[in-house]
Design a protein around this ligand. Structure first.
Ligand code: SF4
Length: 373
């Protein structure tokens, strides 16, 4: 592991003595921090305002960026960019940038989906990340730097800055609470991304939702619900055995009351599992009672799972029964780029481009033709 402090999460009080020790005048320090948040700059050698010798000395003391863009794939004619980011120690996480051009009266958006952990301990059976187990937490800087690297990928394609961030990649963000909250504060202070444009998605860590409600951060909270009864939710989200559905819904409703932010219920729609009329009816009632928004996500198929999305008629009937609740269907952008949560990493592991220690390597001889992107 790299022991140098991460520049993106160093406070001015922590950075000043380092710069003073290196003999860097304050105006050079300002050049450094301005460059840190520039949308196209993610490597110290790109900070051309600073002399090369100073960059070399700084590089010995601080990490300008804690993630490297290891592999990039594109979908949707380049509007979705999926990155596999390498962390210190060689582990990798997935990050996705999605550009939504201005349309009608709606402004342009660029949303980055970040990972908060390498793997995940929750183990939802419909999720590729859950199969990895938890390898380690991401640091706050690693979360922030995923946004910087994804922003640089958009910038390199001639697109504008990141406007929104969602914590919906690999991991359970509220199981890595301190890093998640610290990264939200840094994204706001450094990149100017208001917490109102940040969504944290949780599988239901009830005590952490209660704590988050008292942080004074107007984040959108998305609860990965997927079931409206405990027996089914125990199967789909094993964390439900520790934090029951009723307590989770109460915590979510209290969060919405305290922050003034509308709650979102995420529903991964799985054919033959949670697509019954009674599931839709229960979800509609719950959403209306809590004034929550419902986001239905037809399941992305993952290798080795018998589950998948329902057919289109069942999906339409499910959505029809939700009428009366505010509902959207999440587009499955990035599906052609292995963009389901944990799917790019899982696909590479399958193809042996990802070694057992999480580092990247060449595909084994005899791996499927065309596997290397
Ligand atoms: S769906 Fe989310 S909480 Fe469940 S295993 Fe995957 S990453 Fe973890």
């Amino acid at each position: 592991m790299d022991g140098r402090p991460a520049l993106s999460t160093l406070s001015p009080d922590e950075l000043s003595p380092i710069l003073a020790e290196l003999g860097v005048p304050p105006w050079r320090g300002r050049q450094l921090t301005n460059a840190l948040w520039h949308p196209g700059v993610v490597a110290l050698h790109e900070v051309l305002q600073l002399p090369a010798r100073l960059r070399a000395r700084l590089d010995e003391r601080v990490r300008f960026c804690t993630v490297d863009e290891a592999i990039t794939t594109e979908a949707d004619s380049g509007l979705t960019v999926k990155l596999l980011c390498r962390l210190s120690g060689g582990e990798t996480v997935e990050t996705v940038a999605m550009e939504s051009p201005a349309h009608g009266g709606r402004r342009r958006r660029a949303t980055v989906c970040v990972s908060s952990q390498v793997g995940c301990a929750v183990g939802c059976p419909f999720c590729a990340t859950g199969r990895l187990g938890l390898r380690r937490d991401c640091t706050a800087a690693e979360i922030v730097d995923q946004v910087r690297v994804a922003g640089a990928a958009l910038h390199a394609r001639g697109l504008g800055p990141v406007t929104h961030v969602v914590y919906m990649g690999m991991g359970e963000p509220l199981a890595n609470y301190d890093a998640t909250v610290a990264s939200v504060r840094t994204l706001a202070a450094g990149m100017g991304i208001s917490p109102r444009r940040i969504t944290v998605s949780t599988s239901g860590v009830v005590p952490a939702i209660e704590r988050l409600a008292r942080e004074g951060l107007p984040l959108t909270l998305a609860i990965s619900l997927h079931a409206v009864d405990d027996p089914l939710r125990d199967r789909l989200v094993p964390l439900n055995r520790a934090h029951r559905l009723a307590a989770l819904v109460d915590a979510g409703a209290d969060y919405a009351r305290r922050t003034g932010r509308r709650l979102t219920f995420e529903w991964c729609l799985i054919g033959g599992v949670n697509d019954r009329p009674e599931d839709a009816d229960g979800l509609r009632l719950l959403a209306r009672r809590t004034h929550a928004h419902v986001n239905v996500i037809p399941m992305n198929r993952i290798d080795g799972s018998p589950w998948g999305p329902p057919d289109s008629a069942t999906t339409a009937a499910f959505l029809q029964r939700l009428q009366g609740a505010r509902t959207t269907v999440r587009d499955t952008r990035g599906g052609t780029a292995d963009a389901g949560c944990g799917q790019l990493r899982a696909a590479l592991e399958e193809r042996r481009e990802l070694r057992g220690d999480g580092s990247l390597g060449p595909p084994r001889r005899g791996a499927a033709a065309g596997a290397t992107r």
